[in-house]
Design a protein around this ligand. Structure first.
Ligand code: CA
Ligand code: CA
Length: 163
């Protein structure tokens, strides 16, 4: 899918920790823009530098904000998709050394996985069936075979009890 530049709205802050050992205070807060209507975010190395990047879901799908390694991030680079995913995770699911993205919207019983190209672009979504109403995704190797797996939390919406 082709990235495009988005308008912005301030939606997340970075708080830099103090260098002192055993100190839980943070010294600096900086706000950064995301795409419109942000819903979830995760951190990973999306492009091929060694700095942490952000993937943020929003009204248009999700966007990538590239980290500078100095506590700052680029303007959002958007990837069009289904509006307002509820959860997102990143991992190298196909083992090519480039980070891929998995996301879901609670209105559909599926996760969509898109291959990353190592530069912030992502391929056509592949659909994986889940239980109803997925609300959280984690990317981790759960069976210790060195392949990243997905954990998807899902639930049902309780119907009102009859009087
Ligand atoms: Ca990959
Ligand atoms: Ca595994």
């Amino acid at each position: 899918m082709r990235p495009f530049a988005l308008g912005s709205s301030i939606a997340f802050a970075v708080l830099l920790a103090r260098a002192a050992v055993a100190d839980l205070s943070f010294v600096t807060r900086t706000d950064f823009p995301t795409g419109p209507g942000p819903t979830a975010m995760t951190v990973g190395r999306v492009n091929e530098d060694r700095f942490a990047d952000l993937v943020v879901t929003d009204d248009h799908g999700f966007s990538v904000l590239f980290g500078s390694g100095r506590g700052t991030f680029s303007t959002p680079l958007a990837v069009r998709g289904q509006p307002r995913p509820d959860c997102v995770a990143v991992g190298d699911f196909d083992g090519d050394g480039r980070l891929d993205v998995a996301w879901a919207s609670g209105i559909e019983p599926q996760v969509r996985v898109q291959r990353g190209d190592g530069m912030g672009g992502f391929g056509t979504p592949q659909h994986l069936r889940t239980g109803p109403h997925p609300y959280t995704i984690w990317a981790i190797d759960v069976n210790n075979d060195r392949h990243t797996d997905l954990i998807v939390g899902h639930g049902t919406i309780a119907s009102p009890e009859a009087p």
